[in-house]
Write a protein that binds this ligand. Sequence first.
Ligand code: SAM
Ligand code: SF4
Length: 317
Amino acid sequence: MRDNYGRDITYLRLSVTELCNLRCRYCMPEDGICKKKHEEMLTQEEMISAVKAAASLGVKKLRVTGGEPLVKRGIVEMCREMATVEGIREVCLTTNGTLLPQMAKDLHEAGVKRLNISLDTLDEEKYRYITRIGELKDALAGIRAGLEAGFEKIKLNAVLIGGFNDGEIPALANLTREYPVDMRFIEMMPMYDSGDFGPEAFISGDTVLEKLPELKALPPDGSVARLYQLPGALGNIGLINPVSAHFCRECNRLRLTADGKIKPCLHAPAEYSIKGLSEEQMREQFLAAICGKPKWHGELNYESRSQAMRNMNQIGG
Ligand code: SAM
Ligand code: SF4
């Protein structure tokens, strides 16, 4: 279905939990999150109904995210059910990868088509620092498990952080030479409470082009990433620049949070609640959200922070 600005809304990002087994500094506070009451969160049945309601309005692609979606109990069965919803052509999942060694095969068999795996650094100490509690070897084992389970076109996502991982851009990009994976660099978005990063940490995607002059531009593939490739590489390099070059004009997404709020725009405060509603009532709320989708999210930079008033783990990225 088209919104008021002619954008065809075909993509839903569903956050199945706010909880996570890591504590990335740009995403959530150190002490985790103030756990909401169980009754405030969507049940699994409500999540499935919401996917059906969204699909009835033209949503074709579903991305399961979080928090960390793989800590959600019953996630494999949920994915299996969502993959069979009429109209849904593709169920994808975004994960920090650390639980993939136990779950990758089951997710693949349940019909999950694609995996995005977050990986900001290849240095053990830095990984521990940025995630506060994570171990690099677990994320790397997850990537291997994803490949072994038969997932194709795995995308690795690194949030660009000046003074932290800009020196690792060539090493991260080189993963596309060694493995059949795409590497995507994402500009860090200034959320309402996303760590104590100073302005110098918010670097633009162009830094990648400066560090890798050998990159060749590729034609767009309909995603929000600008695509490039290293000579002889097996996968692509993608630049996702939500801060320096927002892509609101092409935005085809809705988001649904684990506490049942449809967000028509990642960085705008508007939310439409579906908690406790029937599938038909949810459909009405999705319709209202599509009609209420703003033209763009307004200024987004170090001074003008996101208006979302949620941390990223409470939205899903
Ligand atoms: N836990 C999963 C993971 O880390 O992939 C899924 C949820 S996480 C919120 C989804 C994506 O949002 C991750 O790729 C993460 O790096 C990204 N993200 C989180 N906070 C961000 C921020 N402030 N700016 C840019 N990307 C961010
Ligand atoms: Fe957890 Fe993903 Fe947020 Fe890191 S980015 S804290 S892994 S939800």
